[in-house]
Write a protein that binds this ligand. Structure first.
Ligand code: IVH
Length: 673
């Protein structure tokens, strides 16, 4: 027994060493086959004696069962954000300001600013205890089991470990992984991710760790939030400690004193940006001395001792081969530049939206033009401007007179061009099917653009309700499908016969009804029939719905053809569920946030109150109950004063949240699943 235990421990040590060499040092010392033998031996020993299995064993990276939701977890130390700039003069001023404040020549550590998902890792007695996303900085989502699957995250620290260690890092997906993932998604008929950050976020927030494990991620550590029982004097020492514990760190960390060295570092990274296999969006400048950091302190949003110096968005020049027209689900014709494929920051782009007729005229973009395009992180770039060359230009582009899909004469509405053939135009139908099945709608896996196009073109689907009558054999006959994938699609659709009313409403594509309004409508009316019978007055009783929206909704719902499609769909559904009224402590209250907040963004603040049952809107009216006003609040604050609406500053707002938390005990869920 003791022999087995000794062997198990020796194997774990050995495997951890090779994991570190492979994933962190990128310098493997044994063959894959030799590694597999070690691993297999450990698996066998642990299987024979499961009582010897421990959570920090290398075999336990993917072990946990899927969960129903991700728990909310409070951070050990609030995770602040960074102040940022694109302006070198601001960097000079930052450098001077710090010099003045500490009364000497400061030294700084320079690092790349990684464009991924921020994460807090907590180790207790050297063993990974939990991983939490940044969330609103105070609390985030517990994603421990998912993060365990990332090979560069140590499950056990190397060497001597503090009793409690909280580390901050960034989770990334390599560009090569990202492109492969998107290709796979598109082949399977699903929507691709817009950028590696979204793909990372999607991977890390999975409910099933096995899905996360199938998407290779990396974690780079860059900050010690807390290390109980260890003392450091400089960030340089922290970096060394992190390396010693076995973390992967950002590349090319440098220590400098001169501002010119900071600017040069920024320039070098900017130049090399395209050769990296992951996205960075700038550099981070951090004061090295930790005592000085403590003296400078933080605002509630960011530390005063650090600054992110961001890059300009990437731009490349390419040529427009052709301008195409896309017809969307609402009938709007969008001009799209089909580009000679060009690499922009490691991602190949071949199309860019030209928005609408007015935009097109304003920029005077024509077929054959040389253009500068810009990608700010997303795969879909923008055309910035035409870059003149000696070639003779083609005629100015004109929007077509007829829908390129169905030939119906178009109508013009403001800057937009529309195909009025709502039910006969297959392009619009394809768009409606994709929207119906999208992540915010019924969320039908595997039903993306390509599949929707096939189903419509082969006349297997003439309206959304037809989806529920697809049979496996017919789908199997479609190009790109086999029996298994056909069955999967039909099952994915079948599963959605039971769905939330808010998703159903979103999926209908009612004008102006996005996810939020759909949820409000669902919560207010509680069932579809009551909503369908609602007149404008009844609709306007829903908070946030005014005369313009009520008119559009009534118009849509009373349209005979729409109504027929909705009735047919509703007949297919087994259940349209509604979240039980939250009974949240802020139920029925409407909040407006204005001015800048320090501890969180306005968006985060909105989410917080919504989670407690309140509504958050953007303008102050007679319906507003509370205005939270930070510095810089202007007209909204004034209006609130005029109307006698309660005004809270940020501190009072935080106090309110704390009070609710104390009363309901909602904030104290600790630990991962
Ligand atoms: S230091 C107190 N270093 O940037 C803040 N942050 O805008 C300490 N980030 O979400 C953070 N690369 O997760 C630091 N090398 C780096 C970073 C980095 C990326 C992220 C960070 C945060 C965001 C702030």
């Amino acid at each position: 027994m003791d022999d087995v235990k000794t062997e198990i421990e020796a194997l774990r040590e050995e495997i951890r060493k090779h994991d570190h060499l492979y994933y962190v040092e990128a310098a493997p010392r044994i063959s894959d086959a030799a590694y597999d033998r070690l691993f297999q031996r450990l698996v066998e020993l642990e299987e024979a004696q499961p009582e010897l299995r421990t959570p920090d064993s290398p075999t336990q990276r993917v072990g946990a069962d899927p969960v129903d939701f991700l728990p909310t977890v409070r951070h050990v130390v609030p995770m602040l954000s960074l102040d940022s700039t694109q302006d070198p003069d601001q960097v000079r001023r930052f450098h001077e300001r710090i010099g003045r404040a500490i009364g000497g020549e400061p030294a700084f550590l320079l690092e790349p600013k990684l464009d991924g998902i921020s994460i807090e890792l907590v180790y207790r007695d050297g063993v990974l205890d939990r991983a939490v996303t940044r969330g609103n900085g105070i609390e985030g989502e517990g994603v421990t089991e998912n993060v365990r699957t990332i090979p560069s995250v140590p499950l056990r620290l190397r060497g001597e470990a503090p009793s409690l260690l909280a580390v901050r890092g960034e989770i990334l997906m390599r560009l090569s992984t990202f492109e492969a993932l998107n290709e796979g998604l598109m082949e399977g008929g699903s929507e691709p991710y817009a950028n590696p950050r979204n793909a990372t976020s999607g991977a890390i927030r999975q409910l099933d760790p096995k899905v996360t494990a199938s998407r290779p991620l990396e974690c780079l550590a860059f900050d010690i939030l807390e290390a109980r029982g260890a003392t450091f004097h400089t960030d340089t020492e922290c970096v060394e400690a992190l390396q010693g514990w076995g973390f992967l760190l950002p590349e090319r960390i440098e220590r400098v004193t001169e501002v010119d060295d900071i600017l040069a570092y920024h320039r070098r990274y900017d130049e090399d940006r395209d050769t990296l296999d992951y996205e960075i969006d700038g550099i981070v400048i951090k004061l090295d001395d930790l005592d000085d950091r403590a003296d400078l302190g933080s605002t509630s949003h960011h530390p005063r001792w650090a600054l992110a110096y961001k890059f300009e968005p990437r731009k490349e020049i390419t040529r427009i081969d052709r301008i195409g027209i896309q017809v969307g689900r609402t009938g709007v014709l969008t001009p799209v530049a089909l580009l000679r494929p060009v690499e922009v920051g490691g991602v190949t782009v071949s199309r860019a939206t030209l928005h609408n007729r007015e935009e097109l005229e304003r920029k005077d973009v024509r077929e054959g033009d040389r253009v500068r395009i810009q990608r700010a992180g997303d795969v879909i770039p923008q055309v910035v401007e035409v870059v003149p060359d000696d070639r003779e230009r083609s005629e100015p582009f004109r929007m077509p007179d007829a829908c390129p899909n169905c030939g119906t004469p178009v109508e013009t509405r403001g800057p937009f061009t529309l195909c009025p053939n709502r039910f006969g135009c297959t392009a619009q139908l394809k768009g409606r099917i994709v929207h119906f099945a999208s992540r915010g709608g019924l969320d039908i896996e595997g039903l993306g653009e390509e599949t929707a196009a096939l189903l419509v073109d082969r006349e297997m689907v003439r309206e959304p309700a037809d989806l529920f009558h697809l049979d496996v054999e017919a789908v199997e006959a479609l190009p790109g499908f086999a029996e298994k994938s056909a069955r999967k699609l039909v099952e994915a659709i079948e599963k959605r016969r039971e769905t939330e009313l808010r998703r159903f409403l979103f999926g209908l594509g009612i004008p102006e009804v996005g996810a939020t309004v759909a949820r409000d409508l669902a919560n207010h009316f509680q069932d579809l029939d009551t909503l369908l019978e609602a007149d404008r007055e009844a609709l306007e009783a829903v908070r946030g719905i005014g005369p313009t929206m009520s008119e559009l909704i009534v118009e849509f719902l009373s349209d005979e053809q729409n109504r027929h499609a909705i009735d047919r769909l509703a007949a297919e559904m087994k259940a349209l569920t509604v979240d039980a009224p939250t009974g949240g402590p802020l139920e029925g209250q409407t909040f407006v946030f204005t001015g800048s907040l320090e501890t969180m963004t306005r968006r985060e603040a909105r989410k917080r109150v919504e989670a407690l049952g309140a509504r958050a809107t953007s303008s102050v009216s007679g319906e507003t109950d509370v205005v939270v006003a930070g510095p810089g609040a202007g007209s909204k604050r004034k209006k609130a004063e005029e109307l006698g609406v309660e005004i809270l500053d940020e501190a009072a707002f935080l106090e309110l949240l704390d009070q609710i938390a104390a009363e309901t005990g909602t904030r104290e869920e600790a630990g991962g699943p």
